[in-house]
Design a protein around this ligand. Structure first.
Ligand code: URA
Length: 238
């Protein structure tokens, strides 16, 4: 993929476009071991060796981050009241990151953060029905009847949800632990579906999106880039 040298270096975080142009003119930049003094020189960032001040530049146009979202942070880039999930990210300042999809303020778990709009669009497109798996703690006893209701499609806000999978993991002392897999992303969908069968979600955590599993090593608020394998699997047939 080709792009202008000054744009690439500025995006990488070397400096402003103006500063970068001056570094280029002063001979600080080489491409494939040749000093390049033209700021509009086109580089192929996947194949060319680009060096600034003798340091190799590993340019990545897009980043894909997995976060274990903690409660109390909103899935937005800015908010007047609450801290956002983007506030939890220290580095990557040169990327215009945004959360890919939303989890409620009090929901925890798997959140993808990226700067790739096309990827986000494909992952979130309602017509694609990508799977999302949640773990929930529920006040009330979830039953086989609920499993069947989820499978037939629960109606919330005059909308008949797609069939969803409810798996009962444990029932104890009037509470249930369940996994719920849905294939769309309506507002408060899991909470409303559970409410519809007369129970209440008291804790919600997303654990999987398509084939991407939340890394159990990630503590709440921690994040890491997706591995190459995770990315390839997630992008497959997206
Ligand atoms: N469903 C909900 O009710 N809340 C979430 O955060 C995600 C899915």
């Amino acid at each position: 993929m080709k792009m202008r040298l000054d744009k690439l270096l500025a995006h990488y975080g070397i400096g402003t476009r103006k500063e970068v142009k001056s570094y280029i003119r002063k001979g600080f930049v080489t491409v494939n071991n040749e000093i390049i003094k033209k700021d509009d020189f086109k580089v192929d960032y996947e194949n060319d060796i680009i060096e600034f001040d003798e340091q190799i530049i590993h340019y990545q146009p897009y980043v894909y981050i997995m976060m274990n979202k903690p409660a109390g942070f909103v899935c937005a880039t800015e908010d007047n009241v609450h801290k956002t999930v983007i506030d939890l990210i220290d580095d990557y300042g040169q990327y215009e990151l945004f959360p890919v999809g939303r989890l409620d303020l009090d929901t925890e778990g798997l959140l993808i953060i990226s700067n790739d709009g096309d990827f986000a669009h494909r992952l979130l497109a309602p017509s694609r029905h990508h799977s999302k798996l949640y773990y929930a703690r529920v006040k009330g006893i979830m039953t086989e009847e609920d499993v069947q209701s989820f499978l037939s499609g629960i109606t919330i806000d005059h909308y008949r949800c797609l069939p969803a999978h409810l798996k009962i993991l444990k029932v104890q002392d009037g509470y249930s632990e369940v996994e719920i897999e849905i294939f769309e992303g309506k507002f408060h969908q899991v909470k409303k579906m559970v409410q519809k069968v007369g129970k209440e979600v008291v804790y919600l955590k997303r654990i999987k999106i398509r084939n991407l599993q939340l890394d159990p090593q990630l503590k709440l608020g921690d994040y890491r880039e997706l591995s190459q394998n995770e990315l390839v699997d997630l992008m497959h047939d997206l």
